[in-house]
Every structure is written in C-alpha cells, then in structure tokens.
Write a protein that binds this ligand. Structure first.
Ligand code: ZN
Length: 397
C-alpha cells in the first residue's frame, strides 16, 4: 500500500464511529422525496463540523459542500431522500432507529443512500486534515427528489447553479464495486380516440379499447425484439396501466390509454423508442407522448423535466474509471469488480444529458435498497470514506 493510501485508510478507520454516528443521525430523520428539509440541515451541520470550506443549500434544497478552489471540478453525489417504509411488520427493527450494532448501521436509507453522504462527510474531514491543495474544487452534493425523478436535482445544479463538473462519483450503493453505467428509462402515454355509440349497436361506433388492445399485443411482441447490449443487457417495455372511458357502461368506449415503462439499453434513445410506438399505432386514431415530471421541492420551488432518463455507459479505458481502479488497488491491494447498476441513478443527467465522466462507488448492497431490514456495514462506510479522499488526491492537476 502506498504511503498516502495507508495514511488515509488509518484516518478513515480512526473515524469509523464518527461516520457511523453521523449516518445514524441522518437515518433518525424521516426524509421522503420533497421533504428533505430537516435531513439536509443535519447534513449541512455535519459538513460544517467536518471543516468544509463552504456549505450552502440551493433553491431546490440540495446541500452543496465545497472543499478546495481549483480550476477543475470533481462532484461527489448522494441523494438524501428515501422511499417510505412499506409494511412495518416486515421489519425486524424500526426503520428510523439508526441503531449501530454488530458492525452495521440499521434503518431506511442506510443503503439507499445516506450511507454515501455520511462517508463523504468523513472524506471531506480527511481532505481538510491532510491539507488538500490540488488544483481541483470538490463539490459534495446531498441531493433531493431522486427517488421520484432521478437526475432532476442535477439538472438544477448544472443549469441553475452552473456547476459543470469535469468528473463525478455517485455514492449510490455498489457493494464497494466500481460501476460505470446503467440502462436508461422513459415513461410514455399512448392515447386512443374512439367514437361512442349505444351499447346495443356497437357497429355504429369505434371502440377505443379494441384499438388499444391491438396495440397492447404489439407492444408485448416489441418487448421480445428490443436491442441487447453486452454490458447493460436488453432494453424492455411493459404496460404499467390501461385506462379507458365511455359515456356510460352501456356505450362503446370512446377513449383508452396505455402507460408505458420503457427501459433503454445502449443505442436506444427517446427518438428510437417513440418511433417504435408510432409504427405500431400508425393506422390508428392514436398518439404517443413522452410524459413530464413537475413537482414542488421542500423549498417551495416548482421544477421539472421530461420523463426521459438516458442510458449511460463509460468505457473501461476512460480516465475516470482508471482513476477509480487505481484508487481501489492502492487502498485494498486487490483488483476491483467493475460492473453496472440494475436500477437508475442521477447518472441519467450527470452523464446521460451532460456527458460528465462518472463512476459509482458506494457502501451497501443494492439488493437491500427499497427493501425491509435495510442496513449497511460500518466497514463499507470506512472504506468508502477512504476511497473518496484518495480519489481526490490522485487527481492530476
Ligand atoms: Zn438511490
């Protein structure tokens, strides 16, 4: 192990209880999407206590902590909102307990994904303690609304705050592997217009449900033929909702709609996905639209984006992946597993829209995300805090 890596690992280990306790404090504050105000005040307090150069909260409610003032920017991101508990009787402990025992921190959000921010607060403390002075600015972002609209927070940071990173690390759970992409996704709605007539004489009308049903069966077939990427897997499409309407239950339905959940693999785009649906409905009285997300942040700001979350993948030979591998090898004396997420992250905007080179490295096992009995090993928190700090030190000026 190189000297600096060793020093950083020692500090990360020394701060193990501090990191676990910081996470426990975050977990005790319930923080559903659009309600991250309290948890973000606590994260801000922790960054200040750790000696960050500047900490503030932006208009959407993201916490932005800064260390350094160099020309290039590294962003280390973790979202602070969590999903709800689900059925409490599926849990062996209370989701807000934040209990630290038997080598784990327990509770909703420990894996997905306040463990990442707790670890990066400690990495900031280590950077300050070791006098980080590279020509880089490190932004640590505790972001909002990710569970409902992944990437929206980074649309705000990039477009409204003007933060344009040269590199980024997502701290979403990777089980301490290095991840370099995931499939994208989008939501579409297909609307069918029929003509109603009395239910006793359906031949006079045009039934929108039959039209939508024919399209639905074609969409089922489409799913079998979507593109496959060796690394990311296959694209997919499914119908998540079927609605219809008619003037009466004794009339031909004059309206129907399908809500489509489309997962996009490499090479599939918004345009290609919309074109496939247009081909299916071309002889029907129907149209397809990409849906829009717009909601009110806890700060009161309304903000939104199209529900198109692009696929992203970084080549293994790119500098950001190589830097991640080098950091890992120096700290842990072995080769990392380089893989991908099954779920979607803020990478959809950070890299998908804005092309910022990015990797993922985070504490916790993603199978516990959104599941009962969520808990993260404190050992993962320690290793992640060492990883973020050494990664910053290994950046080239
Ligand atoms: Zn997440």
């Amino acid at each position: 192990m190189k000297k600096l890596a060793k020093r950083i690992m020692q500090l990360a280990e020394k701060y193990q209880d501090y990191t676990a306790l910081n996470l426990s404090k975050l977990i005790k504050i319930k923080s559903l999407s659009q309600d991250e105000g309290k948890v973000n005040l606590e994260l801000k307090r922790q960054m200040e206590e750790a000696g960050f150069d500047e900490v503030r909260i932006d208009g959407l409610g993201n916490v932005i902590g800064r260390i350094g003032h160099g020309k290039k920017i590294l962003a280390i991101d973790g979202h602070m909102d969590t999903v709800d508990f689900g059925r409490l009787d599926n849990w062996d402990f209370h989701p807000l307990c934040g209990e630290i025992k038997e080598g784990f921190v327990h509770g909703r959000g420990t894996v997905d994904q306040e463990g990442g921010p707790a670890a990066f607060v400690t990495s900031g403390r280590i950077l300050k303690e070791l006098g980080f002075d590279k020509d880089w600015t490190i932004y640590f972002t505790g972001t909002v609304m990710e569970e409902d609209c992944d990437g929206l927070c980074w649309k705000y940071l990039y477009e409204e705050e003007g933060i344009h990173p040269d590199m980024a690390i997502s701290t979403e759970p990777t089980n301490l592997n290095i991840y370099r992409g995931h499939r994208g996704r989008m939501e579409m709605k297909v609307s069918f217009k029929g003509i109603s007539s009395h239910g006793s004489a359906p031949e006079r009308g045009k039934n929108a449900i039959y039209m939508a049903s024919r399209a639905a069966l074609e969409i089922e077939k489409l799913n079998e033929h979507l593109a496959v990427d060796e690394f990311l897997g296959k694209g997919s499409i499914t119908i998540s909702e079927f609605k219809s309407g008619s003037p009466s239950l004794c009339a031909v339905a004059d309206f129907a709609s399908l809500h489509l959940d489309r997962r996009l693999t490499w090479g599939e785009t918004k345009e290609s996905a919309v074109a496939e649906i247009k081909e299916i409905i071309k002889d029907m009285e129907a149209e397809v639209e990409v849906l829009h997300y717009e909601e009110t942040a806890y700060t009161g700001l309304r903000y939104g984006m199209e529900k198109y979350y692009p696929t992203w993948k970084i080549d293994e030979s790119e500098a950001v992946v190589q830097k991640g591998v080098e950091t890992y090898e120096q700290l842990f004396d072995k080769k990392p597993m380089v893989d991908k997420w099954t779920f979607s992250t803020n990478g959809v905007t950070i890299n998908g829209y804005y092309k910022v080179p990015m990797i993922g490295f985070g504490p916790g096992n993603e199978v516990l995300a959104h599941a009962p009995n969520e808990k993260v090993p404190t050992d993962h928190l320690v290793k992640a805090s060492a990883f973020y700090a050494l990664f910053a030190f290994l950046l080239e000026d």
